[in-house]
Design a protein around this ligand. Structure first.
Ligand code: URA
Length: 237
């Protein structure tokens, strides 16, 4: 991690205070004065400020049940950032592992561990995200098999050169027509779920993320958050 980030993570200092300290030559890495805030350091390095050794705080991991009209961003822009809901010290130093649109609700993972969030987000890791989707046009039962098949082959999104990765479409309401479905995807392209249904002539009117990998939103109420357990953290380590 960057040296300035390490200093912030292991002290009460802000990023600009850390940079000032570095400039003044008061920080040493393995005994050598270090002035470059971008220098890459590791927890095993001895890093001290005026002889006082810094010990990195442990990374933090949370889950949140996102409400509509909040945004997955580190700044408030039109709507409040979801980080406002996480009532911990330095919440805005955290980042969101897989964004949801402002009008989408459901499971959001929040951390300051970049490697861990990469495991959640990277399409190469094939971590499944399960969405409950409400559609404007119900899917007639007689068309459902063909549509399930189409989603499993990958969908051509407008303006994109490659098909989406295979997705699992499951109809959940037991009626003649179906406008509530579950969709499982392993990527996070821009507005992906909405664009997948638009590509087959439908429109998403409600979207809720229920599950990421084996982690379910379960009984976490809307707007509530909690720290992940060690076992839950390890699901993506
Ligand atoms: N796909 C979307 O279209 N929106 C989201 O918020 C998440 C996935």
């Amino acid at each position: 991690m960057r040296l300035d980030k390490f200093i912030c993570k292991s002290s009460e200092l802000t990023r600009s205070e850390a940079k000032k300290l570095l400039k003044s030559g008061e920080v040493r890495v393995n005994g050598e004065v270090a002035k470059n805030p971008a220098m890459q350091v590791h927890e095993n390095n001895d890093i001290d400020i005026d002889g006082q050794i810094l010990t990195a705080r442990r990374s933090r991991y949370f889950m949140l049940h996102k409400v509509a009209d909040s945004i997955c961003s580190n700044v408030d822009e039109g709507y409040p950032s979801v980080l406002n809901f996480i009532d911990v010290d330095k919440a805005f130093d955290l980042h969101i592992a897989g964004r949801l649109d402002a009008d989408t609700t459901g499971l959001v993972l929040i951390t300051d561990d970049g490697r861990w969030s990469h495991n959640v987000i990277s399409p190469k890791k094939e971590c499944q995200k399960v969405y409950r989707v409400w559609l404007r046009n119900p899917i007639p039962v007689e068309k459902s098999i063909a549509l399930i098949d189409k989603f499993s082959q990958g969908i051509q999104l407008q303006g994109e050169s490659s098909l989406t990765k295979p997705a699992i479409l499951t109809l959940v309401t037991d009626t003649e027509v179906d406008n509530e479905v579950l969709l499982t995807i392993t990527e996070g392209r821009y507005h992906q779920v909405k664009r997948m249904f638009a590509a087959v002539g439908n429109r998403v009117i409600g979207l809720h993320r229920e599950q990421i990998g084996a982690l379910k939103l379960a009984d976490l109420a809307s707007g509530e958050w909690r720290a992940l357990t060690e076992q839950e953290i390890n699901l993506f380590s």
